[in-house]
Design a protein around this ligand. Structure first.
Ligand code: MOS
Length: 695
């Protein structure tokens, strides 16, 4: 049922296997972007705007230039010109206009990192300020409907949801809020750039070397073929390294001023809060109409998100509610407010992560209202076909995830009464939430397979290993597609020399690159059989999925969480988390478990800690380091259990994979909030859930 004429038989796929690059990473010999810099590379340190909106009226670089070791100081007055219009995201050092706090206003190039930083502090900038707005106000007169979302229509209405809500036996209307959050990969965004004549050579921390190449070609007005991007190892991506941000443009722009010489720039942790995207804050209005038996008759999910005046990115939070449950009348809408802040971007499960907090909290509230078990309420609303498209599901095992999770977690023994279990001064409670994430296949990857002698196959694809284990996964897929042991695969990734490729993003990396490799293997074997001559070569582009318009394709999951809230202090602990997933065939059980676990840990982090606090007076994030921006640690959680169900889906792709990078985070915050309510009787509708809510 796939395009391939040979069936894909999993042998290496499905077998636990450590990362082939693991020893290099442990020994410190795996080189990340900035570590590739030559010893004479110049260090870049930026000067950033201390106001949120306005203009630079004077900029004095003389003291910086006088410092020993400073090679150049670039400002909007002397920086090379870019092809793009100024004031867009990539219009770095192109005009005097300031559109956000932290914007790059100058860059120092020096022979040491310390000198660059000291010199940057000596640059004197004079500005005029204009009025600004940085904090989300859902009543803002600037509110508007974006043209579309990355994942579909801005708004979607079926039937007459308001009439259905008015007529429903039970109606629940609630508002949920999620904060601005910033990505915190261990490796900050970083770039090494060099110009060899008209050729731009970049080593960049990116989830998509091809996307970086496209963005840089556009910014500098050169052919894509004149840009090389290498990204061998990436210390975490999470969405912010999917797009190209001003830091990469700045580094390449600065390198333009010192032809033939490399410039390196790694963001400080504080700079991670300025210019490389964030998850925007949301306000989400959810209404559910149901009959007394808990069958939903109406769902509305209306979202307002924080946006940027520079360019548009909308968190598609209501999209989560388009496919979860059956209800004849539905409405989902998105509105955004343009603010004087950096442009938001994708963050792990963009849309689903905050959207599921609202949607799955509301389901819990409805279950309590009806006196129905929250697992049972979800089972009663399981749709026969995809509510959004009307298509059958390629496979949908949400019910199985809920049942298996309930069994393993001991849900049957749960007393539904809230605030009923006080143990040694801690209120204990349990909660559940469902998860889903679409199966995405990015078009436009290219794979080449070459016989390299001694039975070895070189497999080239410009995939990105951002820590998720792409090397191990794609090696296994290539081995099975060629029906050879993994030892005979020489996989090469992370370099635009290997052609175009989709990103490590959208939980679509393994699916998109894997389907391309399988296609290339198919062509290779058609052409040369299984005993090729050295140098025999075949390539392929990502095939379309022939079933794409016949089936709705999603991964599903269920989270079960136990929460303990201290009766006196309100402190929250999470002694137990369990996630059960149905996400197609699991390529590498070893790394997959880590991915689910990582997603769940981040869900916990979003539930309890993460919040970027904007100071409206200055338009910047106040808690802009890891001392102020808290992330979950071992102390927050007891056991985290991960399980997945065997799922055979013949429609998603030849390998049967659905993507697992994001679904782990989806629903966790709702499960925690639902458990916290069960523990204490206090319903928290705003993240993060902090102890003051219980006092
Ligand atoms: Mo992920 S937010 O699609 O990089």
């Amino acid at each position: 049922m796939t395009t391939a004429s040979r069936p894909f038989v999993p042998r290496a796929v499905g077998t636990p296997r450590p990362r082939p690059e693991g020893p290099q990473k442990v020994r410190g010999t795996a080189r990340y972007a900035v570590e590739t810099a030559d010893t004479d590379a110049l260090y870049l340190f930026p000067v950033q705007a201390a106001v949120t909106r306005g203009r630079v009226t004077a900029i004095d670089t003389s003291a910086a230039e006088a410092l020993d070791g400073v090679v150049a100081v670039l400002t909007h007055e002397n920086a090379p010109r870019l092809a793009r219009e100024a004031d867009a995201d990539h219009g770095v050092l192109q005009s005097a206009t300031i559109h956000q706090h932290g914007q790059y206003l100058a860059a120092v190039l020096a022979t040491s990192s310390e000198t660059a930083r000291e010199a940057a502090a000596l640059v004197s900038v004079t500005c005029v300020e204009e009025p600004h707005a940085a904090v989300l106000d859902e009543d803002s007169p600037d509110l508007y409907a974006p043209g579309s979302l990355v994942v579909g229509a801005t708004d979607d209405t079926r039937g007459d949801p308001e009439a259905a809500l008015a007529a429903a036996e039970v109606t629940l209307r609630r508002t949920y809020r999620t904060p601005m959050e910033h990505h915190q990969p261990l490796e900050p965004h970083s770039t090494v750039a060099r110009w060899d004549g008209e050729r731009l050579v970049l080593h960049d921390a990116t989830q998509a070397v091809s996307w970086t190449r496209q963005a840089m070609a556009a910014a500098f007005g050169i052919e894509e073929s004149a840009v090389d991007v290498v990204s061998a190892h990436v210390g975490g991506g999470f969405g912010s390294k999917g797009g190209t941000h001003p830091n990469t443009v700045l580094t390449a722009l600065a390198a333009r001023a010192v032809p033939g010489r490399s410039v390196r720039y790694a963001l400080t942790r504080q700079q991670m809060f300025d210019l490389v995207g964030h998850r925007p804050a949301t306000v989400q209005h959810v209404a559910l109409g149901s009959d007394r038996e808990g069958r939903l008759t109406a769902i509305t999910h209306d979202v307002v998100t924080q946006g940027s005046r520079i360019s548009e990115f909308v968190e598609p939070a209501a999209a989560f509610s388009r496919g979860m449950y059956a209800a004849a009348a539905r409405r989902t809408t998105h509105r955004t407010v343009p603010l004087d802040i950096g442009t938001p971007t994708f963050m792990r499960a963009p849309g689903e992560a905050p959207g599921s907090f609202a949607g799955e909290s509301a389901m819990d509230e409805l279950a309590i209202e009806l006196g129905t078990d929250p697992v049972e309420l979800r089972l009663r609303n399981e749709p026969d076909v995809d509510p959004e498209t009307g298509r059958p599901f390629s496979s949908r095992n949400l019910v199985a995830c809920l049942r298996r999770g309930a069994e393993r977690f001991g849900w049957a023994d749960r007393d539904p009464a809230p605030r009923a279990r006080l143990v040694d001064g801690w209120w204990h409670g349990t909660g559940v939430a469902a998860a889903s994430f679409p199966v995405v296949r990015f078009p436009g990857s290219e794979a080449t397979i070459r016989a390299a002698g001694s039975g070895v196959y070189e497999v080239e694809i410009a995939a990105a290993d951002i820590g998720q284990g792409a090397r191990a996964a794609l090696t296994a897929i290539a081995a099975d597609a060629l029906e050879v042991p993994v030892e005979r695969i020489d996989l090469r990734i992370g370099d635009t020399a290997y052609g175009a490729a989709g990103p490590a993003g959208g939980s679509a990396g393994t699916t998109s690159w894997g389907a391309t490799i399988v296609e290339a293997a198919e062509r290779f074997r058609d052409k040369y059989g299984d005993d090729p001559d050295d140098g025999d070569e075949a390539d392929a582009a990502t095939p379309d999925n022939p079933w794409a318009s016949d089936y709705a394709m999603h991964a599903y999951g269920a989270h079960f969480v136990e929460v303990a809230v201290h009766a006196d202090t309100g402190e929250i602990r999470v002694p137990r988390m369990l996630g059960v997933f149905a996400a197609g065939r699991i390529v590498n059980p070893l790394t997959a478990r880590s991915q689910f676990l990582g997603g769940m840990t981040w869900g916990l982090s979003a539930a309890l800690h993460e919040e970027s606090v904007l100071d409206d007076r200055f338009g910047h994030v106040v808690n802009r380091d890891l001392a102020g921006y808290h992330v979950a640690t071992n102390a927050d959680v007891g056991t985290v259990d991960v399980e997945w169900l065997d799922e055979d889906d013949p429609y998603v792709n030849p390998m049967g994979t659905k993507g697992i990078g994001e679904i782990g985070i989806v629903g966790v915050a709702a499960a925690v909030a639902n458990a916290a309510h069960h523990a204490t009787g206090v319903r928290v509708r705003s993240l993060p859930i902090t102890l003051d809510a219980f006092l």
